[in-house]
Write a protein that binds this ligand. Structure first.
Ligand SMILES: Nc1ncnc2c1ncn2[C@@H]1O[C@H](COP(=O)(O)OP(=O)(O)O)[C@@H](O)[C@H]1O
Ligand SMILES: [Mg+2]
Length: 259
């Protein structure tokens, strides 16, 4: 993995999982006329109605908007967990709307971390095993165990490695989920209301950990939140309403200072 290989466009980029990043200056996420419509014989819901966005590498973007405006649908599409009706999503110049399930799973394993509102830990695996799972699926060897323990230590769970999710509080489960999201060193992290199921104080601690880990790991962070105070920490705040982007603002006071 450490050997730099110069890859040019003559090499097909579908199969070689070790392809280095070739377009460093391009936005890491490009969204073009993205629509998601759910239609049944009697009913049609236009969930996303044509979203255009570009997100540069390393940016911290907060997504806001009322319940039902399409925030979770957007994140699910960006992470390849759902299929677009029309439009394009490019992650590092790869159009993920055209990928097979297997190819998408590979992109997810290499590029994406996800923190869900409802934790989504696997109940039959311990904290450590939950954290290790994405790395194992991506083909990592036993050397990744050290990193899993390091991440669990960083989120304050060094003494909970062998606990199962049911033996952990909500805040602890979400801290395991944070460690899991970062295990593969993903360049992109999506978080969908990661504190929505936690009480205020616990939620605050989880958020601080998330932002701290992200500062250390340097991922591009796209975070759905209802909390204006949190959005104030972001580089950029995008508001959705009825499946469209209605505002898209840079937090200029964040651009020069630490966040
Ligand atoms: N599978 C689905 N079938 C029908 N409607 C859906 C489905 N998923 C989401 N919706 C609808 O799409 C809209 C946007 O949902 P969602 O993306 O979850 O919004 P948000 O996360 O902003 O609250 C809502 O009106 C929701 O009811
Ligand atoms: Mg939602």
């Amino acid at each position: 993995m450490s050997t730099a290989i110069i890859v040019t466009d003559v090499i097909p980029h579908t199969l070689d999982s070790r392809k280095p990043e070739t377009h460093i200056s391009n936005p890491i996420i490009q969204i073009k006329r993205l629509t998601r419509i759910i239609a049944t014989p009697t009913h049609r819901v236009d969930i996303l109605r044509g979203i255009d966005l570009e997100i540069p590498r390393g940016q911290f973007v907060a997504i806001m908007g009322p319940s039902g405006s399409g925030k979770s649908t957007l994140l699910g599409l960006l992470a390849g967990l759902d299929n677009a009706t029309d439009g394009q999503i490019l992650l590092d110049d790869v159009d993920i709307t055209r990928l097979s399930e297997d190819a998408m799973a590979e992109v997810r394993g290499r590029k994406i971390g996800f923190v869900f509102q409802s934790f989504q830990l696997i109940p039959t695996l311990t904290a450590e095993e939950n954290v290790l799972l994405p790395a194992e699926l991506a083909g990592a060897g036993p050397e990744v165990t050290g990193r899993a323990r390091e991440l669990l230590t960083r989120v304050g769970l060094a003494d909970r490695l062998d606990h199962y999710p049911v033996q952990l509080s909500g805040g602890e489960q979400q801290r395991v989920a944070l460690a899991r999201a970062f295990i593969t060193r993903p360049p992109i992290l999506f978080a969908d209301e990661p504190t929505g199921n936690l009480d205020g104080k616990t939620g605050q601690q989880v958020l601080e950990l998330l932002l701290e880990l992200n500062r250390l790991e340097g991922a591009t962070l796209v975070l759905v939140t209802h909390d204006p105070a949190l959005a104030a920490h972001a580089d950029r705040v995008i508001t959705l309403r009825d499946g469209l982007v209605v505002t898209d603002q840079m937090n200029t006071d964040q651009m020069n200072g630490p966040r």
